[in-house]
Unconditional design. Structure first.
Length: 576
């Protein structure tokens, strides 16, 4: 572990140096990153620990955010440590640059431990190198990516290490605790937590000596979720909602963990009896969930059909990987496929060795992650992460053969080619030269406009006007409040569907409807970013609507254009 942490420190220093300009420009590229910073600012400014409403969105009532404070803590801690030395603005920039790299240490520790246990005691550096080549995964650990996905991936890496741990009680505790932490952060990786629990239960069904792992797992899962709920569940999460660790999912985890602990204590000698008990326990949980929480049998966001149709169903990352362009899908899928093949091969080779007890869970987990890509492309970072142990096993055999070959050409070129092939890194290089799915000129215009409108120089021009509520695109709301002193009406968060629909209707329908909606929300300024991705939706779906007319310079008399700095990508209007 000591060497792994040294490697992490070197990697952290490199990425901070490499991304220094982005850190100084507070390049929080995602809406959730901006909202996370606002959540931390609110906490440091004295907002209640359990009050996670963002009062600068849709004021004065605010915007309900379904997150927890767990991921806020390291960011807030770094700001508190740094601000006496560099001031608040620079402390925020440095904290946003460093904080995402903290969970990378846990991800590296988990994968390195798995490689040491299952491949070779000296194979851990290869696991780290392969992790660094996981483009989709590493994006979640980059400076300024302060949302919670990096911490959840780190817990997933430790979960794999727990599944492969030969010490049963310790392994069960690791899986239980990391699953509980991940669920307290958010439900995005709930399917993986469920799969990890299923794997532990199946191991116990097959091998009665796994009772220690199962029992400790059940206790730590139930206890960890309970403690996390008490410490971190917001006021809004203490009701029967389906999109976070509310009393709904807390009940499932506590009852499920208790039943697993009971199964481990009973642990009958006959395999069929253990299987029957496991099936009964699963049926009790599933039936109880369906009877007690029928509202959660559908999509957990519980948004209106209209909002699902106009927004959630159109989120690109929520579509299966095969519905995405080849240029995007190929680099994501390559390593998971290699990892599954490698884990399968390693499992077959270990069929007469004790290491099969670790390889079977890894194979099941990595295969499950790969199949998740057929459900949603956003499973890519987890699928790549879980593919690393299998890819390392394959590389250990292949590179060992090439490096030990008699011919120098094989030792040199064979090793390089083998590394590129087994690591999956060839996909990223190859796709640059394949004339497939190249972005259209229109796509380039949209991407450039979206990027320019998110920059601090563009946003800071708005601060020449007194603080007020600005009516703007849903995807601009979080960035606007994070970089200026103004408020916004909406952000892309499903619990506030009414405000999102208000913005959509205002831009899509008549000019008078827009004016009435803006007045209802207390907005006195209108801000638009021409050619931003969201704006193209309003124009394409609603020709002749308010935004389409505005884009064509057909402006109602109650809008007054306001000046901004030269070359500003925005258009700003006063709403009279």
């Amino acid at each position: 572990m000591r060497l792994t942490l040294i490697a992490w420190i070197v990697i952290l220093a490199y990425f901070v140096f490499d991304r220094w300009n982005s850190i100084q420009w507070l390049s929080l590229g995602d809406t959730d990153d901006n909202m996370r910073l606002m959540q931390v600012r609110a906490l440091l400014d004295g907002q209640g620990w359990y009050d996670l409403r963002q009062y600068r969105l849709n004021p004065p009532g605010g915007f309900d955010i379904h997150w927890s404070r767990i991921v806020d803590l390291p960011i807030a801690g770094l700001i508190l440590i740094l601000r006496p030395f560099v001031g608040v603005p620079e402390a925020e920039r440095l904290a946003c640059g460093i904080a995402p790299l903290l969970p990378l240490s846990f991800a590296m520790i988990g994968l390195a431990a798995t490689a040491r246990r299952l491949v070779s005691p000296v194979a851990w550096p290869l696991a780290i190198v392969f992790l660094l080549g996981c483009t989709a995964t590493m994006l979640m650990f980059m400076p300024d990516r302060i949302d919670h996905h990096g911490w959840q991936l780190a817990m997933l890496s430790l979960t794999v290490a727990g599944l492969a741990d030969p010490k049963k009680a310790r392994g069960g505790a690791i899986v239980g605790v990391t699953s509980a932490v991940s669920l307290n952060i958010g439900l995005e990786l709930l399917p993986y937590a469920a799969m990890a629990g299923a794997i532990i239960a199946l191991r116990w069904v097959w091998d009665r000596t796994e009772a220690a792992r199962l029992g400790v797992y059940g206790l730590t899962l139930a206890g960890g979720c309970g403690i996390g709920f008490v410490l971190f569940a917001s006021n809004a999460n203490q009701v029967m909602r389906c999109d976070a660790l509310t009393p709904v999912w807390l009940s499932v985890m506590v009852v499920g963990g208790g039943l697993l602990f009971l199964l481990a204590r009973l642990s009958p000698e006959q395999r069929w009896a253990r299987l029957a008990l496991a099936v009964v326990a699963g049926a009790v949980i599933a039936t109880g969930f369906a009877l007690l929480f029928p509202q959660c049998l559908g999509r957990p966001e519980q948004v209106s059909p209209e909002l699902a149709r106009t927004w959630l169903d159109n989120v690109r990352e929520a579509r299966p990987i095969y519905k995405h362009p080849f240029r995007m899908a190929f680099p994501i899928v390559t390593l998971p496929v290699i990892g599954i093949i490698g884990a399968a091969f390693a499992t077959w080779r270990a069929r007469n060795d004790i290491s099969i007890n670790g390889w079977v869970p890894v194979l099941m987990f990595s295969t499950f992650a790969g199949l998740m890509l057929l459900w949603q492309a956003r499973a890519g970072p987890a699928a790549q992460l879980l593919a690393v142990p299998g890819a390392v096993a394959l590389a250990w055999i292949l590179l060992g053969w090439t490096l030990g070959h008699d011919r120098m050409l094989v030792r040199v070129f064979g090793t390089v080619i083998g590394f590129m092939a087994v690591s999956g890194m060839f996909a990223g290089f190859a796709i640059k030269y394949l004339p497939i799915d190249r972005p259209s000129p229109r796509t380039n215009v949209v991407n450039r406009s979206t990027g320019l409108c998110m920059t601090i120089p563009a946003m800071k021009g708005l601060d020449r006007y007194p603080p007020q509520t600005i009516f703007t695109f849903v995807d601009l709301g979080p960035r606007l409040i994070a970089t200026t002193h103004h408020n916004a009406v909406a952000g892309p968060y499903h619990r506030n569907g009414d405000a999102i629909l208000d913005v959509q209707h205002a831009f899509s329908r008549s000019a008078e409807n827009f004016r009435a909606t803006a007045k209802r929300h207390g907005a006195t300024l209108l801000l638009v970013c021409p050619n931003m991705a969201e704006s193209t939706v309003y124009r394409a779906r609603n020709p002749g609507g308010f935004y389409d007319q505005l884009a064509n310079r057909k402006m109602p008399p109650w809008l007054e254009p306001l000046p901004l700095q030269a070359k500003s990508p925005f258009r700003l209007y006063r709403i009279k």
